[in-house]
Design a protein around this ligand. Sequence first.
Ligand code: GLN
Length: 238
Amino acid sequence: MSDLVVAHLYPYEMNIYGDTGNVIALQRRLQWRGLAARVEPVSVGEEYDFSGADIVFGGGGQDRSQLEVAADLQRRRDAVHEAVAAGTVFLTICGTYQLFGRRFLTQAGEEIPGIGVFAMDTVGGRKRMIGNVVVGTPWGDLVGFENHSGRTRLDPGQKPLGRVKKGYGNNETRRDEGAVIGNCFGTYLHGSLLPKNPAFADEVLSRALRRRHGAGFELAPLDDTLERQAARMAAQRP
Ligand code: GLN
């Protein structure tokens, strides 16, 4: 019996800088509370019904990998929009985050179409944005690692995930990071994000658990001393 179903989008193509650690963190944080998640891979060419998923996760990838999955993601466009509108929880990192915008124009000049969940466009630049990031969000400071050529511009009405305190985030100039619409999150933070940001991991889990099991569902607290130590270390790195 699983308490939650986690759909893992393109686990082979879109998985860099430890992104799969996010899925493991979701599973473990449930397990430590006597709960369980079933992880279902969603691969290119396979049929998948998003209405059965509570959380959909998609990691980062090189431009080439993004090109490999782009057509398959297009074919799922309506299904993903419906799931977002229905309140399914999504966490998309870097390469998948970019594909949840309208388009990514790569540095090589290829246009990779996105599915337009987030009101934003991404354009590749020559200088890569690499390094440790600290972002102020409603769930406290998130720490992570970024490595991307794409500069993302949110439309004026598109809410970011947070404000950059260290690093680049969406682009070099605006200090915004990631995007949020309802229960759908996008971010440039790898590294993995959820193991060192336990409050945010629990936010993702709580949203999904409340939607599935009722608004009163409360996660039991965990001892996050080690996780907080990891976050402090990451925040101090240059
Ligand atoms: N290929 C994209 C870029 O360079 C995304 C990279 C990533 O997922 N880290 O912008």
